[in-house]
Design a protein around this ligand. Structure first.
Ligand code: NAD
Length: 488
């Protein structure tokens, strides 16, 4: 079976691959601006059918009570996807503009392999705990606490790391015994739709257990937040949309899980190797053109080393130009769309308007007349209160800010509506620990440490989200808790 559709990709509803009721929409390669194909344009009617199928599969099949079968299906899916990995890689690079080097990690191969972690969890999780005998109100009772699948999950995902985010929801939700309706971003429908094809044709996942509705219309996904047949909305995307999801979900009081934006700080202490730290900060922010929610986009350096740090980052960024994502040496590919490029450029202009200096980059690469490329850009000379230091830009843009010591660095890092991630570089373990403890974020990297892994919970404090994805904590997001008592 080849994955690349001859015409349009299809929706997956109730175990069947079907066309979208709204026809098709074009998919554009952000590196070339060419139309690479079409995706099925799902409508409200398609979403209604998908939710009905997921509800029926949850309520009328043994899926939610058969963890061994679920583990088998997840491993089947992992193995089938691994059999298509080269084709998926090509399509992912073309659709997402993801640099080739990332597809052997979090853009493709990592998340596929992670399905095995969730299969293991389904098998090994302690589904019930015996709390023993007690005498509430003087009567002896034997008590058990049981964990159960939470029901139908509406999963809404963005375009920046489509496989990672789709599988970080599908994997644990299915392992937990839930059924799912996945609504991927309009910019990256194939990454999800082709997984739907593999599920339908190469696995034993029962009809209705997973449904995938691609659509050009955001309001189709919004139905997942309001429909009373959906028990949980698991959303990853911008903070602005996350707030809308939470408000919409309130009416039916469904559980809401949110992974949102970030403006994470990279703190360099005065005892750190400045050149290495700045080189890493530059590398991080240009990776995938800065389109990662957890990328550190504010670099906080000791005030007395500000000029020296700027020079180091300038060198680092100048050596990592925006380039063709199919080239295995490219770190910075294009941004996803013309709209996103305009948005990033408007922030670079805003930096100038706010009195900042563009130390390197600041425009489109001169050698590219096609593709949504932006030069890696370093902004200096603005305070942390500047909009470019407060708002998520989602491009290869770094703001460098001076700090006056460890406490001041912690204060600046926390002076943000977000709390997703962060990094600290230094040599004194006590000072590093104080920074790690002081920064209010869901993940922290020390001296280049990599926290990304299937068993590590990921998520945000403050307006970066609610809940955790991945790890046992991410799995338990999809569980309910039932307490059971029997007179002894
Ligand atoms: P977005 O919020 O515009 O869209 C995300 C998804 O929500 C898309 O599928 C979109 O169709 C859908 N959507 C739009 N309006 C909706 C509504 N009213 N109701 C329900 N669904 C709706 O985000 P984006 O531009 O696709 O992605 C970039 C954003 O995602 C950034 O802010 C980034 O930080 C964030 N992000 C966060 C994480 C994380 O784990 N914290 C990971 C990746 C991306």
């Amino acid at each position: 079976m080849t994955l690349r559709p001859e015409s349009s990709s299809e929706l997956l509803i109730d175990g069947k691959l079907v066309p979208g009721s709204g026809g098709t929409f074009d998919i554009i390669n952000p590196a070339t601006e060419e139309v690479i194909g079409q995706a099925a344009d799902g409508t409200a009617a398609d979403m209604d059918a998908a939710i009905a199928a997921a509800r029926t599969a949850f309520d009328t099949t043994t899926w939610s009570r058969d963890p061994a079968f679920r583990a088998k299906c997840l491993r089947q899916l992992r193995d089938a996807l691994q059999g298509h990995v080269d084709e998926l890689r090509e399509i992912t690079i073309a659709e997402v503009g993801a640099p080739h080097f990332l597809t052997s990690g979090p853009q493709l191969e990592g998340p596929i392999a992670d399905l095995g972690y969730f299969a293991d969890l389904a098998e090994n999780y302690q589904w019930s705990s015996d709390l023993g005998r007690a005498k509430p109100m003087g009567i002896k009772n034997d008590r058990v606490v049981q964990r159960e699948a939470a029901g139908v999950v509406g999963a809404i995902t963005p375009w920046n790391f489509p496989h990672q985010i789709n599988f970080a929801k599908i994997g644990p939700a299915l392992a937990a015994g839930c059924t799912v309706v996945l609504k991927p971003a309009p910019d990256t429908p194939w990454c999800a739709a082709l997984v739907g094809k593999v599920i339908a044709e190469e696995t034993d996942v029962p009809a209705g257990v997973i449904n995938i509705v691609t659509s050009s219309d955001h309001s189709v996904g919004a139905l997942l937040s309001t429909d009373p047949r959906v028990d949980i909305v698991s959303f990853t995307g911008s903070t602005a949309t996350g707030k809308k999801v939470m408000i919409a979900a309130a009416e039916s009081l469904k559980r809401v899980f949110l992974e949102l934006g970030g403006k994470s700080a990279f703190i360099v202490l005065d005892d750190a190797d400045l050149a290495s730290a700045c080189s890493m900060a530059g590398f991080s922010v240009v990776t995938h053109a800065g389109q990662g929610c957890a990328i550190t986009t504010r670099l906080l350096v000791p005030r007395e080393k500000y000029s020296e740090a700027i020079a180091h980052v300038r060198d680092s960024m100048a050596g990592l130009p925006a380039g063709d994502p199919t080239d295995s040496g490219t770190i910075c590919g294009p941004v996803i769309s013309a709209v996103q490029r305009d948005r990033v450029e408007s922030y670079i202009q805003l930096a100038r308007d706010e009195g900042g200096t563009i130390e390197v980059g600041g425009g489109r690469p001169a050698n590219k007349d096609k593709g949504y490329f932006i030069e890696p850009t370093l902004i200096s000379g603005v305070e942390n209160s500047a909009r470019v230091a407060q708002e998520e830009i989602f491009g290869p843009v770094l703001v460098i800010i001076p700090h006056d010591g460890d406490d001041d660095a912690i204060r600046i890092a926390n002076d943000s509506p977000y709390g997703l991630s962060g990094a600290v570089w230094g040599t004194d373990p006590d000072r590093i620990k104080k920074v790690v403890d002081g920064v209010r974020t869901g993940t922290m990297s020390i001296n280049g440490g990599i926290w990304y892994s299937a068993d590590i919970p990921f998520g945000g404090y403050k307006q970066s989200g609610i809940g955790r994805e991945m790890g046992v904590a991410g799995f338990e997001e999809y569980l309910e808790t039932k307490a059971i008592a029997t007179p002894a």
